[in-house]
Design a protein. Sequence first.
Length: 186
Amino acid sequence: MSKGKIYVISGPSGVGKGTIVKALISSHDDIKVSVSATTRSPREGEINGESYYFLTKEEFADTVAKDGFIEHAEYCGNSYGTPKKPVFDMLEKGIDVILEIEVQGGVQVMEKFPEAQGIFILPPSMKSLEKRLRGRQSETEEAILRRLETARYELSQVSKYDYFVVNGPLEQAVADVAEIIEKNRD
Ligand code: 5GP
């Protein structure tokens, strides 16, 4: 059995990466998504161990010191990291693993694992991105403006990725990502 492959999925906050990934894994048993660790507070409805592993700053620093992350980065004042062991275990079992992470972490992964494929999710327009970010209603105005500013930076990093998918109609975006993964299988 061949080993699984890593797919890095990045894109600006609010672009709908999470929705695409959820739809994709619900229809593909052989693709799983890594659960990240973060120091940010849980949003309403988020479950520890499912949405994220919510860690204190100390716990996060301890995991960094023990080399327990594949990559980690700061994003809008919080730390995020991909736990190593669960990802390596899934790859060994031949499962393709999606890392839904921001661009600094994404670039680290693509440098460390040259066989990893990067997929960048683009919004149909800047206006639609702002609308989505505001529609979420889970963040303060300050946090939204910060995420929009970060989004502009993130969009400037698009050329570091192997594939671009525009998140227009959801089914189309999911089909595009599924096609990329299927094409990369041996
Ligand atoms: P949010 O706070 O909206 O859940 O996530 C903020 C950003 O952090 C998103 O772009 C998300 O993809 C990214 N992110 C989530 N988990 C990780 C991770 O493990 N590593 C890195 N580098 N970014 C992550």
